[in-house]
Design a protein around this ligand. Structure first.
Ligand code: PGA
Length: 260
């Protein structure tokens, strides 16, 4: 894993945006895996800025989102479809037919999940997957105890995740307990992973992900087995890392040709 510690989330967003923009410039028909939540908002703002000011072109980019709540209509204020359009797709030139977000209103969840996996394969696989991390270590909505080989499927959220995300729902009765999420096996097949984690509330999950054992109780720790995983942190989320000085030193001494 490459551990990139920046002084604040804005600097981290800029590193992540440069990686994505670099990929799109090298490969205009790149396939991106995208995430929701508070964490990637700054990254999406930076990509929108690059589109407007630097002509970053998404017209041939295909996207697959990680997850969606089951039972929320696509235009529900808390649906991840709505989140993605409001925060990214309405502001860039992504053709709607290249945007894929799990359908939380499907009446056949297993068939939908299989078709989603097939659509990823048909697109040639994901070149770069953006990830956040839950305070309980989840990636996508793969909660602790998820199979490290899992594929796209239904999951039940933990109480911790429900309480972390309750702030988004005015009416607690509207907060779904079930989701569709790409599996950990699906995520691990991405050619490159960029995980963002900012703030002190992520420090424990980050240290267990990077320096703890790989285990299903800390799903993000499986990234230790990914050959191209970049973890972008701020000082606060990196505070629990025993080897933080080493990671900073490695990043500061990267050869120029390896810089993002
Ligand atoms: P957050 O969620 O970005 O809102 O902290 C991260 C996650 O649940 O993966």
């Amino acid at each position: 894993m490459e551990i990139i510690i920046q002084s604040d989330s804005q600097a981290g967003d800029a590193v992540a945006a440069r990686m994505i923009a670099g990929l799109i410039r090298r490969k205009p028909d790149a396939v991106l895996g995208l995430a929701t939540g508070s964490t990637p908002l700054g990254l999406y703002r930076e990509l929108v800025r690059m589109h407007r000011e630097e002509g970053l072109d998404f017209s041939r980019v295909t996207t697959f989102n990680l997850d969606e709540y089951i039972g929320l209509a696509p235009d529900h204020p808390q649906s991840y479809r709505r989140f993605m359009f409001e925060n990214l797709f309405n502001h860039i030139n992504s053709p709607v037919e290249r945007i894929h977000i799990p359908d939380g209103m499907t009446d056949d969840v297993p068939a939908f999940c299989e078709a989603y996996e097939q659509a990823i394969r048909d697109a040639g696989g994901i070149d770069l997957q953006v990830l956040g991390i839950g305070t309980d270590g989840h990636v996508g909505f793969n909660e602790p105890s998820s199979s490290l080989a899992s594929r796209t499927r239904i999951k039940t959220l933990t109480r911790q995740t429900l309480s972390d995300n309750a702030r988004f729902f005015e009416n607690p009765d509207e907060q779904p307990h079930h989701v569709i999420t790409m599996g950990i096996g699906t995520i691990m097949e991405s050619r490159q992973v960029v995980m963002l984690a900012f703030g002190a509330n992520k420090a424990e999950a980050v240290s267990r992900t990077v320096e703890g054992p790989v285990c299903a109780m800390m799903p993000a720790s499986v990234l230790q087995f990914h050959s191209k995983a970049h973890l972008i942190l701020d000082d606060a989320s990196a505070a629990g890392l025993a080897k933080a000085d080493y990671y900073r030193w490695v990043y500061a001494n990267k050869p120029d040709w390896q810089r993002h």
